[in-house]
Ligand binder design. Structure first.
Ligand code: BGC
Length: 488
């Protein structure tokens, strides 16, 4: 409903436009501007891949259907007090049954790619052993439906759905048995899907799920391991990635491509001066040594090993070789920034504290730093000599209330996306090798410990009726994709 203020404000705007002062744009002399004088939208490279992203536990539901095994997120979300709104992923978006409708939503955006994840416990309900053909069939159906609609499937093999059986038997990622089981499962799926799926992401956000789930105990499986065990578990995740790359190469069709999808610790120079840029580059390498660094360099940095001292992971030269098996691309999930400045003290850089007044989005952790999507790929490409980067996730939650006309005017999401995409365009225009962008998320979904309260979709989902409604940001994104350009 309009408040008194906004009604008055609206009248004033209407008055201005009646006087011809709002549109069309006019030059200082009052003449309408010629078309060439308007700001043309800034173009992305030809063949830039536009897509949206989701993950299995966050949307599928159907947790007890067709032989799916239990995952650590089933257990965790059913543990009282763990999920803020007391919810779980039992039904979520019911995507398991509504995938055809959901493929239609992607098609309506004009996006030609879709990043989804495969639930490991649907394929190997016990983590290892006999596969479950009905689970594989679901992903066959999904992939076929995507292709029939002209949408390229990009599959993620691990978006946090660890079979509970592996957690119970070997302690999950605390054991390298899980790394091996992950590789077997990855090879198995690549063998089955690579006739239709060219691109596989191995592990989504190693840094997040490990620290939150095994370090701080706030994500599944809810452990609080001491530093040495946590670092060792992280090493097993990196090993799982390397072994999976090898298994995919062994089992998939030639031409299949593979890479990680990591939430790189984003380091933005405090401002753009040579010493702060250099500082941000050093910080990017050091702060990402435990996953991106080791998989792309084949070693942990001296700084990382010294920092962790006796708590550093134990490893062999053979493991480092496996971990650094060649990737075809690197996926980067980009959300919040860290600002870095040069320092006279060792190591020559420092991460600056945020003032309490620093702006954030609807999710409090999501501080607004559009330049992050420019600097992170630029610095990563330079440090690790990467030829092909995809933004595997970027997006924001918003309050997303239905207006009285039944629509959602998510102007904050549009503001966020417009600013991040403008910075991404800047990167591509300067030759940073970013080849595509996956918006998180296609539709509102189960936002982990925050349940259904935080909405990240460009489609609004009513979790009672399962109705999907496009938000204003869906038309914004459709416009960007259609133009392959961003207006600023
Ligand atoms: C994860 C998604 C999550 C999103 C928003 C990423 O950390 O990969 O699963 O929903 O961020 O929090």
């Amino acid at each position: 409903m309009f408040s008194r203020f906004s009604r008055r404000h609206f009248a004033k705007l209407a008055g201005l436009s009646a006087l011809g002062m709002a549109a069309p744009a006019r030059a200082a002399d009052g003449e309408p501007r010629p078309a060439a004088d308007r700001h043309a939208p800034a173009p992305f490279p030809k063949d830039f891949v536009w897509g949206t992203a989701t993950s299995s536990y966050q949307i599928e539901g159907a947790v007890n259907e067709d032989g799916r095994g239990r995952s650590i997120w089933d257990t965790f979300s059913h543990t009282p007090g763990k999920i803020e709104d007391g919810s779980n992923g039992n039904r979520a978006n019911d995507h398991y049954h509504r995938y055809k409708e959901d493929v239609g939503l992607i098609k309506n955006l004009g996006a030609r790619a879709y990043r989804f994840s495969i639930a490991w416990p649907r394929i190997f309900p016990d983590g290892t052993g006999a596969p479950n053909p009905k689970g594989v069939d679901f992903y066959n159906r999904l992939v076929d439906e995507l292709l029939a609609n002209g949408i390229e499937p990009w599959a993620t093999l691990y978006h946090w759905c660890l079979p509970q059986a592996l957690q119970d038997r070997v302690g999950g990622w605390q054991s390298s048995d899980t790394s091996k089981a992950f590789a077997d499962y990855s090879g198995y799926m690549a063998e089955r899907l690579s006739d239709r799926v060219t691109n596989f992401f191995t592990i989504n956000e190693a840094g997040r799920f490990l620290n939150f789930g095994y370090g701080w105990g706030i994500d599944a499986p809810g452990l609080k391991l001491p530093a040495a065990e946590l670092n060792q578990a992280m090493h097993h995740v990196a090993l799982g990635h390397g072994l999976a790359v090898q298994a995919i190469r062994a089992k998939a069709r030639p031409g299949t491509r593979v890479g990680p999808a990591e939430n790189i610790t984003v380091c933005v120079p405090a401002y753009d001066s040579p010493e702060h840029v250099r500082a941000a580059e050093m910080a990017t390498r050091e702060l990402n040594s435990n996953f991106l660094g080791v998989i792309l360099e084949g070693k942990y940095t001296d700084g990382f090993l010294a920092w962790h001292g006796k708590n550093a992971p134990k490893f062999t030269a053979e493991e480092l070789k496996i971990i650094s098996s060649k990737n075809d691309f690197v996926g980067l999930n980009i959300y919040a920034p860290n600002y870095v400045a040069a320092s006279d003290n060792k190591p020559g850089w420092t991460v600056l504290p945020f003032p309490a007044s620093f702006p954030h989005m609807n999710s409090e952790w999501l501080r607004i730093g559009p330049e992050g999507i420019y600097w992170a790929p630029r610095l990563a490409a330079k440090i690790w000599n990467i030829e092909s980067i995809y933004i595997s996730e970027n997006g924001t939650s918003s309050e997303d209330k239905l207006a009285t006309d039944g629509k959602v005017y998510d102007l904050d999401r549009i503001m966020f996306l417009r600013n991040y995409l403008a910075q991404l365009q800047r990167a591509t225009a300067e030759g940073v090798p970013v080849r595509g962008y996956f918006l998180w998320s296609l539709m509102d979904n189960f936002e982990w410990i925050l349940g259904y309260e935080k909405r990240f979709g460009v489609y609004r989902v009513d979790f009672e009726t399962q109705a999907r409604v496009p938000k204003l940001s869906a038309s914004f994104f459709r416009d960007v994709v259609a133009k392959n350009a961003i207006g600023v």
